[in-house]
Design a binder for this molecule. Structure first.
Ligand code: SAH
Ligand code: SF4
Ligand code: F3S
Length: 468
C-alpha cells in the first residue's frame, strides 16, 4: 500500500517549487500525496523565515502535529515529521532541541538527499531527529528526478537560487546560500517537459531571478533576457513570467524583451522597499530611488501597458517621518497595479536587527495603514480601468461559486468567469464586466476552442453557447 505524504508549504514561490520537487523525490519511495496531516505517514513543513510571524507558525503547527503523532504511536503506527525550508536552515538545531517529535530537519539545498534521510530516520532509535542543513558542493538540480506529476497549466520553474546581495534586513542570503544559476540546457529541457504535460504558462523563479547568468550550450553565460528569448521558442509555451527581480540587475536587454517578446506577460514585480535614499542605503540596497524611477521609465517606454508591483518595508530602523513621506511620494508617482507591504521584522543574525533606533510598533502600524490605503486605492483604480476591456485569461482553477472558474489576466489579476469546466487549462478571451479590489469578473467571449483537439464539435458548440 502506498505511504501517505503531506507537505505543507509556507513562504515564497520558491518553496512551492521545492515542495513539488520533494514530492518527486519521495514518489519513487512509495509515497503518494494527501491533503492533510491526519493519517499521513510523513508530514513535511516546508517553512519560511522571512518575518517573525512566519517562523512562529511553524512551532505552533509542530505542536498540533505532535498530538497527531502521539495518537498514531498509541495505535502502534509510525509517522515521520520533517521540517524543511528556510526555518530549518536557520534554526535546525533549535527545532530538534525544542520539538522532540521532529524526525528530520533539512534545508533548501539538501532535499535531493531525502531518500537516505528517510531510511536513516525510520531506523533511528537515538531519540533525537537527524539533520542535514549543509550547503553541499553538488547542486540538487543535478540529482532531482523528473517531475512525477503534471505541474498544471501554470507552473513554476526555478532557474536561479540564493542571494549575494545581503540587504541588511534579510535572512535569504543565510537560508538559501550563495547565488547560483542553473545551466540553460536543463532549464529548457524542464520547460519542454512541462509544456508536454499541459503547462501553458511558466514563471521563472529566483531570489534574484534577473541576476541569472547560466551556462549555455554555446559556451557563453546567458543573462535572463537571452534565456527568456530561448524559452519563447518552446512550442506550446504561451506565457512567460519571472519573479523576483532586483533593480540593479534590470539590464537593457531584459527591458527590451518586454517590448519584443509577446510571450512575456506585461507584469513586473520589482521591489524597491523604500522611497528614501537614506533608508535604501541603510538597507544596503545599493541603488537610489532615482535609479529605480529611471528603470521604471525605461520599462514603460518599452512596454507602456506594463503592470508594476513592488515590496515595501515600513519602520526600518531609523526610518523617520520624512523618509516615510519619500516612500509615499514614490508610490504616488509610480502608480502601482498591486504591491506587498510589510512592517519591518528584526531577524536574528541580520545587521539591521542590531541597530539601536528600532521604530516603535505603533508607528510601524500607522505607517503601514497609510501606505496600504494608498496602494489599495491604486490597485482598485488599476482594476477598474479593465472594465469593458477584453483580456486573455489562463483558466487554472475552480472559483468560489458554483460553475465559476478562475484564472489570471496578463497583468496577474485574478479573473472569474462562469464557464464549463472543460475550459480549465485553456487561454480564453474574457470581457471584463466588474472590478473588485482583488479580482475581476467577466464573461468568456472567445477561446482557443478551435485548437482544442480533445473536444468534439458538439462540445465546442456547447462551450460556445455557454459564453452567450
Ligand atoms: N529577493 C527579493 C525579495 C525577497 S523577500 C528582493 O530582493 O526584493 C520578499 C520580501 O519580504 C522583500 O522584498 C521584503 O519586502 C520583505 N522582507 C524581507 N525581510 C524582511 C524583514 N526582515 N522584515 C519585513 N519584511 C521583510
Ligand atoms: Fe533579501 Fe535583498 Fe537578497 Fe532580496 S536582494 S533576497 S531582499 S538580501
Ligand atoms: Fe521565506 Fe525562504 Fe522564500 S525565507 S520568502 S521561504 S526564500
Amino acid at each position: 500500500m502506498a505511504k501517505k505524504l503531506y507537505i505543507k508549504t509556507y513562504g515564497c514561490q520558491m518553496n512551492v517549487y521545492d515542495t513539488n520537487r520533494m514530492t518527486d523525490v519521495l514518489v519513487p519511495l512509495g509515497y503518494e500525496t494527501v491533503d492533510g496531516p491526519e493519517g499521513a505517514d510523513m508530514v513535511i513543513l516546508n517553512t519560511c523565515h522571512i518575518r517573525e510571524k512566519a517562523s512562529e507558525k511553524v512551532f505552533s503547527e509542530l505542536g498540533q502535529l505532535r498530538r497527531i503523532k502521539e495518537r498514531r504511536e498509541s495505535k502502534g503506527e509510525k509517522m515521520l515529521i520533517g521540517v524543511a525550508g528556510c526555518v530549518a536552515q536557520a534554526e535546525g538545531e533549535e527545532i530538534l532541541r525544542r520539538a522532540k517529535q521532529v524526525d528530520l530537519v533539512f534545508g533548501p539545498q539538501t532535499y535531493h538527499r531525502l531518500p537516505e534521510m528517510v531510511t536513516q530516520a525510520l531506523g533511528n532509535t537515538t531519540g533525537r531527529g537527524i539533520s542535514d542543513t549543509d550547503f553541499p558542493v553538488e547542486s540538487k538540480f543535478d540529482f532531482l528526478p523528473e517531475e512525477s506529476l503534471p505541474q498544471g497549466s501554470s507552473a513554476f520553474l526555478s532557474v536561479q537560487e540564493g542571494c549575494d546581495k545581503f540587504c541588511t534586513f534579510c535572512v535569504v542570503p543565510y537560508t538559501r546560500g550563495a547565488e547560483f544559476s542553473r545551466p540553460v540546457k536543463s532549464i529548457i529541457e524542464e520547460a519542454k517537459r512541462l509544456v508536454l504535460n499541459g503547462t501553458k504558462e511558466i514563471t521563472l523563479l529566483g531570489q534574484n531571478v534577473n541576476g541569472f547568468h547560466g551556462e549555455a550550450p554555446d559556451g557563453k553565460s546567458w543573462k535572463l533576457g537571452r534565456l527568456l528569448r530561448a524559452l519563447a521558442e518552446v512550442d506550446g509555451l504561451e506565457r512567460l513570467r519571472y519573479i523576483t527581480s532586483h533593480p540593479n540587475d534590470m539590464d537593457d536587454e531584459l527591458i527590451k524583451t518586454h517590448q519584443e517578446l509577446s510571450t512575456l506577460m506585461p507584469y513586473l514585480h520589482l521591489p524597491i522597499q523604500s522611497g528614501s535614499d537614506r533608508v535604501l542605503e541603510m538597507m544596503n540596497r545599493k541603488h537610489t530611488a532615482d535609479h529605480y524611477r529611471k528603470i521604471i521609465d525605461k520599462l514603460r517606454d518599452a512596454c507602456p501597458e506594463i503592470a508594476l508591483s513592488s515590496d515595501f518595508i515600513v519602520g526600518f530602523p531609523g526610518e523617520s517621518d520624512r523618509d516615510f513621506a519619500e516612500t509615499i511620494r514614490l508610490i504616488t508617482d509610480i502608480n502601482y497595479a498591486q504591491a506587498y507591504s510589510f512592517k519591518y521584522s528584526p531577524r536574528p543574525g541580520t545587521p539591521a536587527a542590531g541597530i539601536d533606533a528600532q521604530v516603535p510598533e505603533d508607528i510601524k502600524s500607522q505607517r503601514l495603514a497609510m501606505l496600504q490605503e494608498l496602494l489599495n486605492a491604486q490597485q482598485i483604480s488599476f482594476n477598474q480601468s479593465m472594465v469593458g476591456k477584453n483580456l486573455s485569461v489562463l483558466i487554472e482553477r475552480k472559483g468560489r461559486e458554483e460553475g465559476q472558474l478562475g484564472g489570471r489576466s496578463p497583468y496577474m489579476q485574478s479573473v472569474f468567469v462562469q464557464a464549463p469546466e472543460r475550459l480549465m487549462g485553456h487561454i480564453v478571451e474574457v470581457k471584463i464586466e466588474s472590478a473588485q479590489p482583488n479580482s475581476l469578473n467577466g464573461s468568456v467571449v472567445t477561446g482557443d476552442f478551435d485548437t482544442l483537439d480533445r473536444h468534439t464539435v458538439n462540445e465546442k458548440q456547447t462551450a460556445m453557447e455557454a459564453r452567450i
